[in-house]
Design a binder for this molecule. Structure first.
Ligand SMILES: O=P(O)(O)OC[C@H]1O[C@H](OP(=O)(O)OP(=O)(O)O)[C@H](O)[C@@H]1O
Length: 183
């Protein structure tokens, strides 16, 4: 099943040239969510990267993490906690724990925050996201959870291998798998 899913992910992904003179192509991941077989298999496939010991809670950053994270939490029988990006919405009323994100793939510094008390000291925390590029979001969340952090499951891991090892990031696809989506 995992290999079939990887093939579907490869073929449903597109790079878009924004056509504004940009030197960069923009990732279009919407084909992943549009494919019913990807959507139904993705949670299990990402959960399989971290079954033993089973995480008790999935934490994922907005916005795409809010889509992928619950799929994985459901597959693991774990709970889900949102990690909000500061400034992306109206202020959250409840007390928050904030982590500074070192400069990410856009060179931007951000804050990621979770509501206090949702992650307990005896939890085993799995971070889930669609993509790890520099590992900045994952690193920030690991800093929030300390020894409760078990790793990060992502669809695409394009981090340098030493970063993936250091942060225990595991992915279904690597950068080279995305060549199918070139314009
Ligand atoms: O490893 P990093 O350098 O931290 O980059 C990874 C982040 O980049 C993407 O976010 P992006 O803001 O592009 O997309 P999103 O808002 O759709 O989640 C992706 O969803 C990760 O959260």
């Amino acid at each position: 099943m995992a290999d079939d899913l990887r093939d579907r992910l490869r073929h449903a992904f597109r790079w878009t040239d924004p056509g504004d003179g940009s030197e960069y192509l923009v990732s279009n991941r919407s084909g992943w969510w549009r494919d019913p077989l990807i959507l139904s298999g993705l949670g299990e496939a990402l959960a399989d990267l971290f079954r033993d010991p089973a995480p008790t809670v999935v934490v994922a950053p907005e916005v795409t993490g809010f889509l992928v994270g619950p799929l994985v939490a459901r597959a693991l029988g774990a709970g889900f906690v949102e990690a909000y990006r500061a400034g992306a919405r109206r202020p959250i009323a409840e007390p928050m724990s904030w982590a500074e994100v070192p400069a990410d793939h856009r060179g931007q510094r951000q804050l990621l925050g979770v509501r206090e008390g949702l992650v307990r000291p005896d939890d085993r925390v799995l971070v889930v996201d669609d993509w790890a590029s520099t590992g900045a979001q994952v690193r920030a969340l690991r800093g929030l959870f300390g020894t409760s952090y078990v790793g990060a499951a992502v669809i695409v891991d394009e981090c340098p291998p030493p970063v993936s090892r250091e942060l225990t990031i595991r992915g279904l696809l690597a950068e080279k798998d995305l060549d199918y989506g070139l314009p």
